[in-house]
Design a protein around this ligand. Structure first.
Ligand code: GAP
Length: 458
């Protein structure tokens, strides 16, 4: 059972009201399916990326980070297969002029009982005709035939029209990791097996984006490629499945809200693939993917670039092109899952309802809020704020009753509220209120940095 309190409408409205996510280009009437992260949202998303990087780069043996260019030589996308195969089956409704994905139409019509991964475009066309699947917008049956639609955004480079060349906004970060395989190996002297990780923007001209930040045309990916010897790939594939799941459990996801989904129809590069799905407010959907990509990527880039990407094993003297186990997760999609999982409407004694985000303290935008009990305690509160700011992201609020200030912090998931009161002036202690239990303890101000460090570690 999904978190029963949460609906997409509630999340969108909380995010807008509390500075987490705003509609993109809002004052111009918006720009469909683009979103801007606000002051609180940017901190949450940065913390998600930091937690991922810490786990999959800093704490991983033999893993290294890169930050490759978004714009890459167009030949990269020929080698990767994106120019020919990165497409979705689209159909246009000739009556209301809306565009749809054939696979989505069939999945909705069959209520998920037909696995469209197993169908060719011709079989999908047959299904839609045989079952008279109508346009979900206008209700008519007036389709164009299925056509494949490439999802890459094209642009051009060059200062004059004559010298323009078609280039693409990258649709995944992975290729930046593959083309740097030799650079990373040479400069780190890493021995296979080793990993390359990257976090960065990717762009896809999705036919049916939607569900808030779940599927957008511009998004961030966190991708990790593990280069290993053929024969060890199956073992590492299983290991990455476990590591990917453990990361989510450690972030605080309930095990019953996550499940593996093995792919039956595989991408052109994959030998084995699965997703971890999360029970979002709109149902089970892919959160991340794990692929055994074989030696496809490095072999293709070696062929198309003419540069050797063959690894020389320093111990055995053997030469080979490594296999790749890929673990890929969208930062925005993870953020939506984190928000859904954390959201609660809690009925308090006396009947009041508080909205609270219970996420892991490491993910919270602010580790603590400093609150003077009364405005005349502001100087002492601001002095404490300045000290804590050197080590943590903290916020300050002196407006309204203490109860209202607690509620505001609960809504954005601040794990601790630190209140300065008149006893603070006497003995240097403060009240620390816990977001989840609402219990309060008294601590000396000197103990706060260690307390917050321990509580907020991931
Ligand atoms: N390099 C492999 C790759 O890109 P993918 O399954 O297409 O594989 C990986 O994407 C992850 O990126 C997905 O599991 C999802 O978390 C995220 N993602 C993909 N398309 C997205 C979109 N349009 N909007 C938001 N996130 C997306």
């Amino acid at each position: 059972m999904a978190n029963s309190a949460v609906t997409m409408e509630k999340l969108v409205s909380l995010c807008k009201a509390r500075g987490i996510v705003f509609p993109g280009s809002e004052i111009y009437g918006g720009m469909g399916n683009t979103w801007d992260y606000g002051p609180v949202g940017v901190e949450i998303k940065n913390n998600i990326k930091r937690a991922w990087w810490k786990r999959f780069v800093f704490e991983s043996d033999n893993s290294y980070g890169v930050d490759a260019a978004i714009l890459m030589n167009a030949r990269v996308w020929e080698a990767s297969g994106h120019t020919t195969s990165f497409s979705d089956p689209k159909m246009d409704c000739k009556t209301c002029k809306t565009r749809h994905r054939a696979d989505n139409l069939i999945e909705a019509h069959s209520k998920g009982t037909v696995d469209t991964d197993l169908l060719t475009n011709e079989q999908m066309q047959e299904y839609i005709e045989a079952h008279h699947v109508c346009c979900p917008v206008c209700g008519n049956f007036n389709w164009t035939p299925i056509r494949t639609f490439n999802l890459m955004f094209e642009t051009s480079r060059g200062v004059t029209d004559e010298s323009q060349n078609k280039i693409y906004l990258r649709p995944e970060t992975a290729q930046g990791e593959f083309v740097n395989f030799m650079n990373v190996q040479r400069t780190t002297r890493a021995k296979v097996p080793f990993g390359i990780a990257q976090i960065g923007k990717a762009f896809r001209n999705e036919i049916t984006p939607g569900n808030f930040i779940f599927r957008t045309i511009e998004f961030e990916q966190m991708e990790h490629q593990w280069f290993c010897r053929e024969g060890t790939d199956e073992e590492f594939y299983q290991e990455y499945k476990k590591r990917a799941m453990q990361f989510l459990l450690d972030l605080g996801f309930k095990a019953e809200h996550l499940r593996f989904h093995d792919h039956e129809k595989l991408a052109h590069y994959a030998k084995e693939a699965c997703d971890i799905q999360y029970l979002y407010p709109m149902g089970w959907q892919e959160l991340n993917g794990i692929h055994n990509r074989t030696d496809y990527d490095l072999t293709r880039h070696q062929e198309y670039s003419g540069k050797s990407l063959t690894y020389l094993d320093p111990v055995t003297g053997e030469k080979f092109i490594p296999y790749v186990i890929e673990y890929s997760i969208g930062a925005d999609r993870l953020m939506l899952a984190v928000l859904s999982e954390a959201y609660e409407e809690e009925t308090l004694e006396g009947g009041d309802v508080r909205s609270v985000l219970h996420f892991h303290p490491a993910i919270a935008a602010y580790k603590a809020a400093v609150l003077p009990l009364q405005k005349n305690l502001a100087p002492q509160a601001k002095a404490l704020l300045a000290k804590l700011k050197k080590h943590f992201s903290v916020t300050y609020d002196e407006a309204g009753s203490i109860g209202k200030r607690y509620r505001r912090q609960d809504e954005i998931g601040t794990p601790y509220c630190i209140t300065i009161d008149f006893d603070t002036l006497e003995d240097g202690t403060v009240t620390v209120r816990d977001r989840d239990t609402m219990s309060q303890i008294r601590l000396s101000m000197d103990e706060l940095p260690t307390f917050l460090m321990e509580k907020c570690a991931f």
